[in-house]
Design a protein around this ligand. Structure first.
Ligand code: PGA
Length: 249
């Protein structure tokens, strides 16, 4: 049984006031105990979020991490630091990190390994650009990104991963993949995971991301291989994010 996961990626948005607002709203919210909801705020808000979410069902995640445990890496944050603030999930390979900060598959793998070593859960983001889709290379692109990491992990580590399929053309554009398009790629990812281990493949959670909002969440989440969502824009409005969490059925 895969526990649905709804993760709100605030990116470089939000404020202390928004952290408080989420804490108050989720303290009163009636959420199913058979799903997980987490917010991934910018790192400076982690301490406040840990306190504000303490009495709620909201968990905490982080958007990026440095692969090194410590040292002279000005501006960077390590996995053990994130762990000290109650972080459980950390994104790796988000398309914005891949394109704006040149994080290639090797850099993504190093981060995933550092996260696993600390006992946290990497959320490996994969997805094709519009050109890649138009050229019929969606599956190859996505599966190559998955394999670049999964090939290098051991059986135990693979079980502790989450994968988020986020078509690059759907991120922040308002253009969502149709439930059928998303399901097709999710099914291909799951089939690829079967080659490593059938049981791991059936247990691993696959999230969809890319303009998921309250209006389309239920339909996407109803697909057999979509086990949750990675939400950007719509995770900044408490009512919208709550509605998405409540549409997990
Ligand atoms: P979006 O972002 O929901 O604003 O499209 C998703 C993401 O980048 O994780």
């Amino acid at each position: 049984m895969r526990v649905p996961l709804i993760a709100g990626n605030w990116k470089m948005n939000g404020s202390l006031a928004l952290v408080e607002q989420f804490g108050q709203a989720f303290a009163k919210a009636d959420l199913s105990s058979s799903m997980e909801a987490v917010i991934l705020p910018p790192s400076p808000y982690l301490a406040a979020a840990q306190t504000a979410f303490g009495k709620t069902s909201l968990g905490l995640g982080a958007q990026t991490v440095n692969p090194e445990p410590s040292g002279a890496y000005t501006g960077e944050v390590s996995a053990s630091m994130l762990s000290e603030f109650g972080v459980r999930y950390v994104l790796v390979g988000h398309s914005e990190r891949r394109s704006l900060y040149q994080e290639d598959d090797k850099a993504v793998l190093a981060r995933a390994q550092a996260i696993l070593k600390t006992g946290l859960i990497p959320v490996l983001c994969v997805g094709e650009t519009l050109d890649e889709r138009d050229e019929g290379r969606t599956e190859t692109t996505v599966l190559n990104q998955v394999k670049a990491v999964f090939d290098m992990l051991d059986a135990q580590q693979r079980q502790h991963m989450v994968i988020a399929y986020e078509p690059v053309w759907a991120i922040g554009t308002g253009r969502t993949a149709t439930p059928e398009q998303a399901q097709e790629v999710h099914a291909a990812i799951r089939a690829c995971l079967v080659d490593y281990d059938k049981q791991m493949a059936s247990r691993l959670r696959l999230l969809y991301g890319g303009s998921m909002k309250r209006e389309n969440a239920a339909e996407l989440l109803a697909q057999p291989d979509i086990d949750g969502g990675l939400i950007g824009g719509a995770s900044l409005k408490v009512d919208d994010f709550l509605a998405i969490c409540q549409s997990v059925g």
